[in-house]
Design a protein around this ligand. Structure first.
Ligand SMILES: *[C@@H]1O[C@H](CO)[C@@H](O)[C@H](O)[C@H]1NC(C)=O
Ligand SMILES: *[C@@H]1O[C@H](CO)[C@@H](O)[C@H](O)[C@H]1NC(C)=O
Ligand SMILES: *[C@@H]1O[C@H](CO)[C@@H](O)[C@H](O)[C@H]1NC(C)=O
Ligand SMILES: *[C@@H]1O[C@H](CO)[C@@H](O)[C@H](O)[C@H]1NC(C)=O
Length: 511
């Protein structure tokens, strides 16, 4: 109690620093404004006098000059201005000049020990034909297969000369931190962004590009996201891009970093990892983190379901810690589960995992669709503000079920046995060209449900859910907004049919 009180006192003092000295103030209070006015007057008068003088002398100068500098500089200025306007316009409109996958180089942090297993994650998303990347390893690995599906492998430079004094961590952090600089030094042409990730990071590359297109690659950008764990963010930094979730560094920033990174790393021998070393150097460069919440570090244990089923209204860019969490679809291996996710990804990457919330009024059910992943049906009516919070199907990074552990709001899976959701997992999808819609199917996850005495239709009567949705590649060119869904009349009793898409004029998620 005493501690809390003293803390409060300190906060009060900090928030109202002037409150402590009001007694001495009054006299100064009256004289200060007068002094200020005088000062401003003095400054503006000198300014006017000086500019008048300058203008007249420069004119005189011009008249004497052999050619008019005025004319000369004007032409240069106009050329420069047109160039700038052209550049800005092309960023938005000219498809030739738009940032594309070919402008990105991936730098993947890997280790020889886990390479055999982890490379299957990279194969899921990497396409050697359209992408450039390098896997950085600590030592040579045997390579039997012609790895068309994988980026070329390189061995990181020696880091023995760097000091590492953190007791908990491992000095490989230094090697991994230097991947940005080492990748830059390969001298690849036409690079706009370096994107870093781990060997257990899966990227949705089309969405990565959608995010990067929002930023001018000619400027300094450090883009990524935080940890889910509030404590991790406190221990490390709320200004740090967590490496496993992946982060992007614009080309000029990588160049600036490369010039100073080795010196910078020497200044922080006590830091734990590679990404906090990166953040330390970003702080020296004065570049803040641009947060994009579609990069997912996933510092959690257990089942990601709650997080995936209420993804923020932003493109899904990456998934990480896939070895740590359970497979995202039940009863299959981790890699098989992610392979299944590539089906909806190919049909409509922009809409992948996007949530929509609607109600089956006749049955008093709440329906939440996470497109391409799962549909949940709840008995009763839940408000959208509750449904858009992730349900705590996962444990925190310290393996506890503690809702104060997260840097965002969460909700319990159910407050009442009757309200345990009926989950339908994505199984297959096809494109119907007549309707120009993607038809995706979700099958019920058959797990025991607690007895429920509510006099209400039982969602267990359903076997599957069919979701109709038009592909919407321009979803993220508009202001962020959740899609709307509508429960349709179904011909089959055991199938629910849902439309998902842009909300219509005046449409809201209400009962
Ligand atoms: C200024 O530039 C224009 C063309 O941009 C040219 O016609 C004109 O002669 C120039 N004037 C002088 C003083 O050089
Ligand atoms: C714009 O101006 C700068 C100097 O002010 C110059 O270095 C640069 O070449 C100019 N760019 C163009 C397109 O004229
Ligand atoms: C899990 O998969 C196996 C084989 O694919 C199947 O026989 C079994 O019924 C499945 N279990 C559930 C709960 O779906
Ligand atoms: C596409 O949808 C129409 C209308 O529902 C249906 O008649 C047709 O059989 C569907 N085509 C395919 C290939 O599923």
């Amino acid at each position: 109690m005493g501690e809390k009180d003293s803390e409060k006192l300190i906060w009060e003092q900090m928030r109202t620093p002037t409150a402590a000295t009001p007694i001495a103030a009054p006299q100064q209070h009256r004289t200060l404004p007068r002094l200020l006015v005088l000062l401003i007057l003095f400054v503006s008068v000198t300014y006017v006098v000086y500019t008048l003088k300058l203008v007249s002398t420069s004119r005189a100068c011009n008249n004497d000059a052999p050619f008019s500098t005025d004319n000369f500089s004007k032409t240069i200025l106009s050329v420069n201005a047109t160039a700038a306007v052209l550049r800005r316009g092309s960023l938005e409109t000219n498809p030739e000049d738009r940032t594309d996958l070919r402008h990105v180089v991936f730098g993947i942090a890997a280790s020889a020990k886990l390479w055999e297993q982890r490379r299957s994650y990279i194969k899921l998303w990497y396409r050697a034909r359209d992408m450039r990347g390098v896997v950085w390893l600590d030592e040579e690995v045997k390579s039997e297969e012609s790895s068309d599906a994988l980026p070329p492998v390189r061995i990181s430079g020696d880091t023995a000369r760097f000091k590492y004094t953190n007791r908990q961590g491992h000095r490989s952090a230094i090697r991994i931190s230097r991947i940005v600089s080492e990748t830059l030094r390969l001298g690849m042409k036409d690079v706009r962004w370096f994107v870093m990730g781990d060997d257990d990071t899966v990227f949705v590359t089309e969405n990565l590009i959608r995010v990067l297109r929002k930023y001018d690659h000619n400027q300094f950008y450090y883009i990524g996201s935080l940890s889910e764990s509030h404590l991790q963010n406190i221990f490390f930094s709320y200004n740090m891009a967590y490496g496993g979730g992946g982060f992007a560094i614009s080309y000029p920033l990588a160049k600036a970093l490369q010039k100073m990174q080795d010196r910078c790393i020497q200044r922080y021998p006590g830091l734990y990892g590679s990404d906090d070393r990166m953040q330390a150097c970003m702080a020296e460069l004065g570049v803040p983190l641009t947060k994009e919440t579609g990069f997912h570090q996933y510092d959690v244990y257990g089942n990601l379901f709650g997080l995936l089923a209420s993804h923020p209204v932003t493109p899904l860019v990456s998934l990480h810690h896939l070895d740590v969490v359970e497979p995202i679809f039940p009863n299959v291996t981790r890699v098989e589960a992610l392979q299944r996710l590539t089906i909806p990804m190919k049909f409509d990457s922009a809409g992948l995992m996007q949530q929509s919330i609607c109600y089956d009024k006749s049955k008093s059910w709440t329906v939440s669709v996470s497109w391409g992943f799962a549909v949940q049906i709840f008995r009763g009516v839940f408000s959208p503000r509750e449904m858009e919070m992730p349900s705590r199907t996962f444990l925190n990074w310290y393996r506890r079920a503690d809702y104060t552990a997260y840097a965002f709001n969460t909700r319990p899976v159910s407050r009442n046995p009757c309200q345990k959701p009926f989950v339908f997992y994505f199984s297959k999808a096809k494109y119907n060209s007549t309707m120009q819609q993607i038809v995706s199917e979700y099958e019920r996850h058959r797990v025991p449900h607690p007895d429920c005495k509510w006099n209400m239709a039982n969602p267990a009567a359903l076997n599957k859910v069919e979701v109709y949705k038009k592909p919407d590649p321009h979803l993220w060119d508009r202001a962020p907004r959740r899609n709307c869904c509508r429960v349709r009349k179904s011909k089959e009793k055991r199938t629910m049919v849902i439309d998902v898409g842009m909300c219509r004029e005046g449409e809201v998620s209400e009962t």
